[in-house]
Design a protein around this ligand. Sequence first.
Ligand code: PAF
Length: 284
Amino acid sequence: MQTINRLEPLREAVDALRIGGKTLGFVPTMGALHEGHLTLVREARRHADHVAVSIFVNPRQFGPNEDLDAYPRQLAADAALLEGEGVDLLWAPTVDVMYPQGYATNVSVAGLDGVLCGAARPGHFDGVATVVCKLFNQVRPDIALFGEKDWQQLAIIRRMARDLDLSQPHVDRILGVPTVREADGLAMSSRNRYLSSTERDQAAGLNRAMRKAIDAILASHSAAAALATLRDEVLASGFRSIDYADLRDAETLETLERYDGRPARLLVAARIGTARLIDNMAVG
Ligand code: PAF
C-alpha cells in the first residue's frame, strides 16, 4: 500500500492504478477506523480492481463548539488495518494540502443541510460536501462508498454529485453500504467508545424502538403515533434526550406525515451519557 500526502504523487499513483482500464473504488474517512469502515473497504474491493482510502480529519466540518483537537488520530494503526485489507492507496493529505493559503470555495447543498443533524451543527454539511467534492476531484474514483449510517451525509453527497454533474464518480456510482450492527442491533460507531458499560447496554434500546416504530408505521401508514411511542421507549431505555425522531423521504429528506410507499427512512438522533448516537433504517 502506498501512503501519499501530496497532490502530485497522488495524481501519478492514481494514473498508474488505472493503467489497462483498471477501475478504482474509493472510501473517504476521517480515520479512527473500525469494522464499519473495513466493511466499506471490503465492499469497494468487490466493485473495483483497486481500492483507495482517504484519511483526513476535515476541520471545515467541525463547529466552534466541537473539539477538532480531541478527534482521535491514529494514522499508523489505521494504515496497518488498511494494509491488512489489501488497500492499494492511502491518501492522507495535511490541512495545508487540502486548504492551502487563500482557499475560499465552499460547496453548500441547500435544503438538505439545515435539517436533522444539520439543524444542530450549522455549517457541518457544507464542510462535508466541500471536502468530499475535493476528494472526488483528487482521487477521481469510478465508485465511492459511504456508510448508510450517516444517511443525511449520503443524501447530500449524492445531491452534490448530481447537481455538479460529477462524472468521477457518477452519482449512480455513489454506493451506500448498510449499517454494520452489534449483535443487539446497536449501530457501530466510533462514538460508542464514549459509552459506559451500562450505557452501552441501554443504547441497544434505540434500535429496538426503531424496529417497533417501523412496524407500526407500516401497519398504520401514519407516523405521529409511532414516533411518539418511539420517543417514550428511547427515553425509558436510558437515553437522556432526543434531538430528532423523524420519518423522511429517503432522497429529499422532506418530512413525511404518512408512509405512502415511496422510499422513506426513519432517522433518530438521541443522547446517552456524553454521547450523541444517530441511527436510521429503511421503512418498507
Ligand atoms: O463520514 C466521514 O467520515 C466524513 O464526514 C467524510 C465523508 C470522510 C468527510 O470528511
